[in-house]
Design a protein around this ligand. Structure first.
Ligand SMILES: C[S@@+](CC[C@H](N)C(=O)[O-])C[C@H]1O[C@@H](n2cnc3c(N)ncnc32)[C@H](O)[C@@H]1O
Length: 471
């Protein structure tokens, strides 16, 4: 081996080691030396009146690989312009060089040059080396086609991701420059959303009709809150809701304007959700909206004492825990088995800032927010729920949380408790360190009443015990 060949061999192996170690800068440095050397030797060979074709071909092959590898290293450092120049250097020598075409395709894709990338991936498939990588190249080809279509038409369909609750990675989108048409997608599950809009419109029309036809309805609806200046509103006498009571003497006998009706419906309409429908044995897709005037006077509380159940056209409000004489009747507008911050968000989306006793307690400085937040973050990240429950229980001892306060916090983190009590594995490890389920359930029920989320956990817990005894 000549000295020049020796040097090339040395450079090639060292550069490859750097490339494999992903030490991009060092590998670029050595490949640059190798490229210079190759080019000088090719130049010299061309000066030879009788060049050795084998020798020339070997040199060209080395040069092509060196360009290709330097392109890869440069692309990793996002130096796309020079990486593309290297790709072109390699492809001038070997126009179907698989590795280079693949690398160039990926660079062009990163630069949103979908059609050019598509050409590279298509050409790469013709190289015999591409055979072992067919699936990967085809994957890129499909991606390019999809993105190219989006970039040309501006047509983005996010429905799968949205309907999946924004879970997982967001879909990859193309760069689109141009006007767009936003259309409602009718079909699949989206038609359910459309059906809800139609349902809401029908509902408004019905209320309008009822208000225009019936003076009594008009008077009663007029008493409802629009969400503003509530302190000014009078608390009506219960007797006015009795169907047999004449409302002649009422002073608010005025026409309602549509804007006010819409505000009232916005604040007071109740949605008949799957929970109540399931209780009635209907299928879980059932969904309805309505205005129940008397129930509309009931405020929300995260420490509610009643539950709402829909039976046909009726909304039944029944006690979900003991109610003291004179205690305000409340039910929940949203899920109360969630942490304070989450509930604050839900309350804000309802257009108010919840002032219930539980929110006041949890919003006060008694429980260090940072520590609770850490527990929440841990739970979101999937830490051992038993550990999170244990941390909360120990925290409550340190913060001197007693009585109802314990129920408030346990209700806020109930899903974690439910998971521990529902798992034999967790209970084996944690049962001696956390309170017994019965005590926790009692304190939570005292706060949120017989809430489905709690009842279901108790049911399965008891069922598990019965089944174990039988085995
Ligand atoms: C369906 S109305 C309830 C009855 C209303 N408070 C009234 O006097 O007619 C809903 C409105 O009551 C108020 N509200 C209900 N629960 C609340 C709570 N926990 N904290 C603060 N405001 C509440 C909000 O203004 C909300 O928009």
């Amino acid at each position: 081996m000549s000295a020049a060949e020796e040097q090339m061999h040395q450079l090639r192996s060292e550069a490859t080691v750097f490339l494999l170690r992903e030490e991009w800068r060092d590998s670029i440095h050595l490949y640059s030396q190798l490229i210079d050397l190759c080019q000088a030797r090719i130049f010299n060979t061309h000066q030879d009146p009788n060049p050795d074709p084998d020798h020339l071909s070997k040199l060209n092959k080395s040069l092509c690989i060196a360009f290709s590898n330097r392109a890869e290293a440069r692309s990793k450092l996002q130096d796309f312009t020079r990486a593309l120049q290297d790709c072109d250097g390699a492809l001038r020598i070997e126009p179907t060089h698989f590795k280079t075409l693949f690398c160039k395709g990926k660079i062009l894709l990163s630069l949103n040059r979908y059609l050019n990338a598509l050409d590279c991936f298509k050409a790469a498939l013709f190289d015999p080396q591409g055979n072992g990588n067919l699936d990967i190249v085809n994957g890129y080809l499909e991606k390019c086609k999809k993105l190219e279509f989006q970039s040309r038409t501006g047509s983005f369909d996010l429905s799968d991701w949205v309907l999946n609750g924004f879970k997982g990675m967001p879909p990859e989108l193309a760069e689109y420059v141009g006007p767009v048409v936003v259309k409602r997608y009718l079909g699949g599950q989206d038609s359910a959303e459309n059906a809800q809009l139609v349902m809401w419109k029908n509902f408004i029309d019905k209320v309008k009709e009822a208000v225009s036809k019936c003076r009594r309805t008009r008077l009663l609806i007029n008493m409802l809150s629009t969400g503003e200046d509530e302190v000014e509103l009078e608390v009506p006498d219960m007797s006015i809701f009795r169907p047999d009571i004449e409302l002649n003497g009422c002073s608010k006998d005025q026409e309602l304007d549509m804007d006010k009706i819409l505000s009232i419906l916005d604040v007071n309409s109740l949605v008949e959700e799957a929970v109540s429908a399931k209780v009635l044995g209907k299928n879980s897709d059932f969904y309805g909206v309505g205005l129940w005037i008397l129930a509309s006077f009931i405020n929300h509380s995260c420490n509610p004492n009643t539950r709402r159940l829909h039976v046909g056209d009726y909304a039944m409000v029944h006690a979900s825990r003991d109610v003291k004489a004179g205690e305000e009747i409340t039910f929940m507008y949203f899920d109360t088995l969630s942490p304070f911050e989450k509930r604050a968000e839900m309350s804000m989306s309802w257009g108010f800032n919840c002032k219930c006793s539980r929110c006041k307690f949890e919003g006060a400085a008694v429980c260090p927010k940072q520590e609770l937040r850490e527990i929440e973050i841990g739970l979101e990240k999937g830490v051992d729920v038993g550990g999170a429950v244990y941390r909360l229980e120990e925290g409550m001892k340190r913060w001197a949380v007693r009585g109802k306060g314990k129920g408030y916090l346990r209700a806020s983190y109930w899903p974690a408790y439910a998971e521990v009590y529902g798992s034999d594995r967790s209970m084996k490890w944690w049962s001696r360190r956390i309170p017994a389920m019965e005590a926790v359930v009692d304190s939570v029920v005292e706060v949120v009443g017989s809430e489905e989320g709690v009842v279901i956990t108790i049911f399965f817990y008891q069922l598990n015990i019965i089944l174990k005894k039988r085995l």
